[in-house]
Design a binder for this molecule. Structure first.
Ligand code: ZN
Length: 66
């Protein structure tokens, strides 16, 4: 499976195209679908840098709120 799908948005920090990264969400037992896969926007360039990573998270959170 292609794990480097284009998200279609640009990174708020470096302006590179964001990619979608699958994350597995594990839910508690008893719900019909205890696990599912979400795709979160991701920037390889920013999140590989520990200093930028925090700024990137802040920028993405601010972006979601607007
Ligand atoms: Zn970036």
């Amino acid at each position: 499976m292609n794990t480097n799908l284009l998200h279609g948005d640009l990174c708020p920090l470096c302006r590179r195209p964001l990619t979608l990264r699958p994350t597995t969400v594990v839910r508690s037992a008893g719900v019909p679908y205890p696990t599912r896969t979400d795709y979160l926007p991701h920037c390889d360039s920013c999140t590989s840098d520990p200093l930028n990573s925090q700024k990137w998270n802040d920028a993405m959170n601010a972006r979601d709120e607007s």
